[in-house]
Design a protein around this ligand. Structure first.
Ligand code: GAL
Length: 840
């Protein structure tokens, strides 16, 4: 490092940290980068949220992140998981934060700890414990004494825990950065002065905890010194920190997007994600965190929302099950290697920008010691660009950036996939004798000791305090024998207005109808003719929440449940308002209070066996036992035949399921080129938003596993299957002159004077072998993995080399050159190889 920089650093440290941090801090920052032990670093980070997988999965996830080229693992800290009731803390199992941080350390990676404690994250109530709402006078995320006291207490608790375990970098641990709050900027804007006071307080409170490592506030343009403000989004190249002496950080580079029940499944093409990262780096960015790198699963009732699905797959580089998502994982790994080759030049100073055409630019980084790295960009989403740079010519695909770590030779282009693609399959796992189900009927109309009666309609969250998704509302309606409808047969119409999220209406114990909202419109109205008889009728409403909201202002004011009015129309009197009569309430289901999901609870009642079980009855509990299947492939339950409910295995909740909520949206073709947004590349339209529900291996015993399902709507449990997730096929799709790392090394070391041919690498999953070559064409093939077709030019021996080198192997590679495929099938035409191999 140059003397000037050292001096600047000393000055910066003195100015910025004098009132807070120890001067010996081994993590600091300057205008270019985070500085660790005196060294500016380009850091690649990825989010893995520890409660969204099992501790048994953590080492493998972290290892795959490391192999994918990550330096840092970023996680939020989930307050409501850690402090389920005031002052009662929980740090076991998948909430074992210290264990997680230590595993990352053991793998040789750093940690960015986003304490929040507000986290958003599509997590129930944004991570806030629901009991916070009942602290007198509380107002969330603003200049409010009771709230600030609780926030400070929890933040301090976490910081002290990390200090006690010596987990901050300054004590030799892995934590190099922390975050306070989360995307508060837009909220502050809405709240005005109180918002500003709160964000200043939050920053000072955090800094006052003297962790010795920098604090970050994301989406917080006015983050006070020394806190670094950072960017979140699909693209962040336009972003600049609020002071020239802060580095340009991207805390959430969205790798995909979340799925909501009722919505299609979003995908973000690897080429565009890589393009956005290269754009950020070429504009001087030095810290990138992929949100999510592994999304995982919203187990239990941790999904936020409302209507956030149980799968938090996120189209992340590691899929929900922890398997590599290809080509995304591999394409980013190649990108990270290319960026790291440029690191010496990147951290040296600002780039020179050279225009190369209307939509083309070069960003050139040079260090004093002679390192030079260039990024050649083509922003045009529609066409290739032939450009000259230095005294060489380059061909840039649409919407792409080529990386030249020596300012001469291309090692990587964001739109050219060197990595293989993989198609996954879900295969039924034979269970000896199949699942043999027993059933238990949840009662609808009994007024029990646990119920209570008041006049009027109660708000749901205040009533359940989120101890259950369910709240029963029950009332009686007296129908005079002289009512006209009893003779005309024209039923009166019951109208129920609810703040959400789902509602079942029972008349005298019979399901009369169901209504539900969506993430965008959680409110619902039920309106339908109901079959009432002369005399006393019971109206029972089962109101169900589907995850509490995780984003927005004034958490303390959010409502759910039947707020009314509730009316009957079409009586002799016209309209009768039921809102202000006596209503009886019961929190939760009978099956929940009996603990039917657990071994002990489920053996405390009589279950029905036999053919009754298959009927599509609402409000049914089902149970079965099964032995764990052999093998280590990830497991899931296929719930395609079911409606809506919750699943437990050995007493632990896998989460909510709702395959009956079909995805509405438009799932068109997906072009990587052009600005991405979360509605752009969708799948599953018209199908279940989520059909498969992850079963972590570690939740299973070798024999006698108890599987319990609570079905609200009516489903067929005989259609539930245990499935295994494997690779179905792998593909390579490679240009004949594609840049590769190998080629780049040979060229720059002078070992090759002309470009080398790339190789197609194919690799099946552990324990699998390539059983056949489904497609191979060297020439001008078209289509994508799974549906390749020959083009007008095709080498007649395209299959031979793959048949020879790949069949029966777990992995293989074949050089992409005409002579390998029986000679050049069409000279002077740009050719490529597309191949698909079946894994068995
Ligand atoms: C961000 C937020 C994250 C997550 C993300 C969407 O705005 O900070 O916590 O909610 O949006 O997945």
């Amino acid at each position: 490092m140059g003397l000037k920089l050292v001096m600047w650093n000393v000055l910066a440290v003195a100015v910025l940290f004098s009132w807070v941090c120890s001067v010996e801090a081994s993590v600091s920052y300057d205008s270019k980068a985070i500085v660790i032990n005196g060294q500016r670093r380009i850091l690649i980070s990825g989010s893995i949220h520890y409660p969204r997988s099992s501790p048994e999965m953590w080492p493998d996830l972290i290892q795959k992140a490391k192999e994918g080229g990550l330096d840092v693992i970023q996680t939020y800290v989930f307050w409501n998981g850690h402090e389920p009731s005031p002052g009662k803390y929980y740090f076991e199992e998948n909430y074992d934060l210290v264990k997680f941080v230590k595993l990352v350390h053991q793998a040789g990676l750093y940690v960015h700890l986003r304490i929040g404690p507000y986290v958003c994250a599509e997590w129930n109530f944004g991570g806030f414990p629901v009991w916070l709402k009942y602290i007198r006078g509380i107002q969330f995320r603003t200049d409010n004494g009771p709230f600030k006291a609780q926030m400070q207490k929890f933040t301090t608790k976490i910081v002290n825990m990390m200090k006690a375990e010596r987990l901050f970098e300054t004590h030799g641990g892995p934590i190099i950065l922390s975050q306070i709050e989360n995307e508060y900027g837009p909220m502050e804007y809405e709240l005005g002065a109180a918002g500003r006071a709160y964000s200043q307080w939050a920053a000072h409170m955090a800094v006052g905890l003297s962790t010795g490592v920098p604090w970050v506030m994301c989406k917080q343009d006015d983050a006070p010194d020394p806190v670094i403000n950072a960017c979140n989004g699909f693209y962040c190249d336009y972003f600049s920190p609020n002071k020239a002496y802060k580095p340009k950080m991207w805390t959430e580079a969205w790798t995909g997007w979340y799925t909501e029940f009722g919505g299609p499944v979003p995908h973000r093409p690897a080429e565009d994600l890589a393009f956005s990262v290269a754009r950020f780096i070429q504009k001087g960015g030095s810290f990138i965190n992929y949100y999510m790198y592994h999304g995982g699963t919203n187990f239990g009732r941790t999904a936020g929302g409302p209507f956030i699905a149980t799968s938090y797959d996120y189209d992340a580089p590691l899929d929900e099950y922890g398997l590599l998502r290809q080509p995304k994982w591999g394409h980013l790994k190649d990108l990270h290697r290319a960026i790291k080759l440029c690191e010496p030049a990147l951290v040296s100073g600002d780039p020179t920008v050279v225009p190369l055409g209307n939509y083309q630019q070069a960003h050139v980084f040079k260090s004093k010691s002679g390192a030079c790295a260039a990024f050649l960009a083509n922003y045009n989403p529609n066409s290739y660009a032939k450009i000259s740079f230095g005294n060489m010519h380059y061909n840039l695909p649409p919407w792409s950036i080529s990386i030249l770590p020596d300012c001469k030779n291309t090692v990587y282009n964001t739109a050219r996939l060197g990595a293989q693609s993989a198609q996954m399959k879900m295969t039924r796992v034979p269970i000896h004798g199949g699942f043999s189900w027993q059933a238990y009927n949840e009662e609808t109309t009994s007024y029990e000791d646990t119920s209570f009666t008041v006049v009027g309609l109660l708000e749901q969250i205040n009533t359940t305090r989120d101890a259950s998704d369910h709240l029963w509302y029950m009332t009686d309606v007296k129908i005079d024998p002289n009512e006209g409808f009893l003779r005309s047969g024209k039923y009166p119409v019951l109208t129920v207005l609810s703040a959400g999220h789902a509602l079942h209406v029972f008349i005298n114990g019979q399901l009369s109808g169901t209504a539900y909202g969506s993430l965008e419109f959680p409110k619902l109205t039920f309106s339908s003719g109901v079959n009432l008889r002369a005399g006393i009728n019971t109206i029972t409403l089962l109101s169900t929440t589907v995850g509490l909201p995780n984003v927005g202002p004034h958490f303390e004011t959010w409502n759910a449940g039947v707020l009314g009015p509730v009316t009957l129309n079409g009586l002799n009197e016209g309209r009768r308002d039921l809102s202000w009569q006596k209503w009886s309430y019961k929190v939760g289901l009978k099956g929940e209070s009996l603990g039917l999901h657990s071994f002990s609870g489920s053996s405390s009642v009589e279950w029905i066996q036999g053919n009754f079980v298959s009927r599509k009855q609402p409000l049914m509990w089902y149970k079965t036992t099964f032995n764990a299947p052999a093998g280590s492939a990830p497991l899931a339950l296929d719930m395609g035949s079911m409606g809506k409910g919750q699943i437990w295995i050995n007493g632990r909740s896998l989460g909510r399921y709702w395959p009956a909520y079909k995805a509405s949206g438009s799932c068109g073709a997906c072009n990587y080129a052009g600005t991405y947004h979360e509605k752009k590349c969708l799948s599953n339209c018209g199908e279940a938003s989520q059909r498969w529900y992850h079963v972590p291996h570690s939740w299973l015993n070798p024999t006698g596993n108890l599987l319990v399902v609570f079905e609200e709507w009516g489903g067929d449990p005989n259609g539930i299957f245990l499935v295994r997730r494997d690779i179905d096929s792998v593909c390579a799709d490679i240009n004949e002159w594609q840049p590769t790392l190998m080629n780049w090394r040979m060229q720059t070391s002078g070992k090759a004077n002309k470009p080398l041919r790339p190789k197609a690498h194919l690799s099946c999953g552990p324990g699998q072998k390539i059983s056949s070559i489904k497609f191979a064409s060297f020439g001008t093939p078209v289509g994508v993995c799974g549906s390749f077709r020959e083009g007008s030019c095709h080498a007649h021996k395209s299959y031979d080399a793959f048949q020879r080198s790949c069949i029966g192997q777990n992995s293989c590679s074949v050089t992409v050159a005409p002579e390998i495929f029986g000679g050049d099938p069409c000279p002077n035409v740009m050719k490529k190889l597309s191949v698909e191999a079946i894994c068995s």
